[in-house]
Unconditional design. Structure first.
Length: 463
């Protein structure tokens, strides 16, 4: 590196404090034809990024001859992959190909990072073919980045196929596949992969354990969750906020609240997500009074509640019949006490609080006044409450609305038919059965009860 290059890099590192100075240095780089130098280009791109002028750097290196070295293109792709302009790395890559600049193994990981998400899957698969032709797929960083694209896009089949083709795998490869299965709700498959990882002799890291605990929580596999907790203890891992919260969430969803609370108190640092995991676990266990106690304790310790906290508290009130407390919390939420607006899930939970307690007309009035249209969960709560209270007219309305929202769900037709039968409206019973026959809907075993469907909606709130 000669003195001129060294002095320019010194200027970029120490005397580039404004957009104006970046522009002045850019002008000198063009005048002295220094911009093609890879070391200078790297620092110039960094300075442009720091001052919000990254598009200026892109314009420089894609419009002036000669065509830049692949290292410069890689730097641009990496910087843009960290920005809020996800399509630009792919445009840079296309520019490279048009100008016969051969990409290398460092080109693809940041490029794939920018293509994460289902809306970019087609482009990612095209780049995948280029990687194959260029022989870079056996580079572990490249293949792991592509794995993450498929996992984040919810194409776990493609993710699994690529994983099986990989000659080399590391902890990142296994963790991405586990996370991919979690993303599409295949929690049992995620845990099978986690076990296979152990047999393959690959030691899990914190990310792996957190993903495995997530799968345990949603599949109620408390045995595997407890085993993971044992490994964490034996290895002497510190229970940081993320790992500790994942353990609490797993124990809460598996109904082992004492173990979850024990983990909570053993943590040196906690955040709102940690508190939420405890409150949600108590809500699922229908321990309403305890959930309220933890909620109050949380506020006393200065931890600001978020949308999930309030939702969990309302759910706990619903399951435990704490109607007045539920109304109090919801009232404070609507009045702005917690610093955010009530969303549709909060309203649905409050409707459930009222419907479960038999206050059906209050629930209907709340639905009439709210700034949202009634949802399936709300009508389900009304149907559940109407059945419990024997309010057939309201139950009919709820069942009809549910059928409008989900015409292929035979459960709602059965409830509608049963209520018509209870009212002696046999002609309507036959009409409903005729519609079911025309739509080829059959009465599933156990669908004569709305509780299962209703409980599913409640669990979705707390997932």
């Amino acid at each position: 590196m000669n003195d001129r290059v060294r002095s320019v890099i010194f200027l970029l590192q120490n005397f580039c404090d404004s957009q104006k100075q970046v522009g002045q240095i850019k002008a000198q780089l063009i005048r002295r034809n220094l911009y093609p130098n890879t070391r200078i280009a790297e620092h110039f791109i960094g300075a442009c990024h720091s001052h919000g002028l990254i598009n200026s750097a892109l314009l420089l290196f894609t419009t002036l001859p000669p065509s830049p070295h692949v290292y410069i293109f890689n730097t641009l792709i990496r910087v843009f992959s960290q920005s809020q302009i996800p399509h630009t790395p792919l445009l840079i890559y296309a520019h490279m190909r048009r100008n016969n600049v051969l990409p290398n193994n460092f080109t693809f990981p940041p490029l794939f990072k920018s293509l994460s998400g289902a809306r970019h899957l087609t482009q990612a698969r095209c780049v995948h073919t280029h990687v194959l032709k260029l022989g870079h797929l056996q580079d572990l960083f490249v293949s792991n980045a592509l794995l993450d694209v498929y996992a984040s896009s919810r194409y776990v089949g493609l993710c699994r196929s690529l994983f099986d083709e990989m000659l080399l795998r590391d902890v990142v490869s296994w963790s991405v596949l586990i996370a991919g299965y979690n993303k599409v709700g295949n929690y049992d498959d995620a845990l099978v992969v986690f076990e296979q990882m152990q047999y393959a002799g690959c030691a899990p890291n914190r990310v792996t354990m957190i993903n495995a605990l997530h799968a345990c929580a949603h599949s109620s596999n408390v045995e595997m969750g407890t085993w993971i907790h044992g490994v964490v203890k034996r290895e002497g891992w510190e229970l940081d906020v993320i790992l500790g919260t994942a353990l609490i969430d797993m124990y809460g969803k598996c109904g082992r609240l004492e173990e979850g609370v024990s983990v909570f108190w053993s943590m040196k640092e906690r955040n709102v997500f940690t508190w939420n995991a405890v409150v949600k676990g108590l809500a699922l266990a229908k321990s309403g009074q305890e959930a309220i106690w933890w909620f109050n304790r949380m506020e006393k310790e200065g931890v600001r509640a978020d949308e999930v906290t309030v939702l969990a508290v309302l759910s706990a009130c619903s399951h435990s019949g704490l109607v007045d407390k539920g109304k109090e919390v919801f009232g404070l939420l609507v009045d702005g006490r917690y610093g955010f607006c009530a969303n549709v899930k909060h309203y649905a939970c409050m409707v459930d609080v009222l419907a479960r307690s038999g206050r059906l007309h209050e629930a209907v009035e709340l639905m009439r006044r709210m700034p949202f249209g009634p949802t399936k969960a709300m009508w389900g709560s009304l149907l559940f409450g109407s059945k419990a209270q024997g309010d057939l007219e309201l139950g009919l309305l709820a069942a009809e609305k549910l059928i409008e929202l989900e015409q292929e769900n035979s459960t709602y037709y059965v409830h509608l038919s049963n209520m018509y039968a209870a009212m002696g409206r046999w002609g309507d019973v036959e009409n409903v059965r005729g519609v079911m026959k025309d739509r080829q809907l059959t009465k599933d075993l156990g669908c004569s009860s709305v509780e299962v469907e209703h409980q599913r909606h409640v669990n979705e709130f707390l997932a």
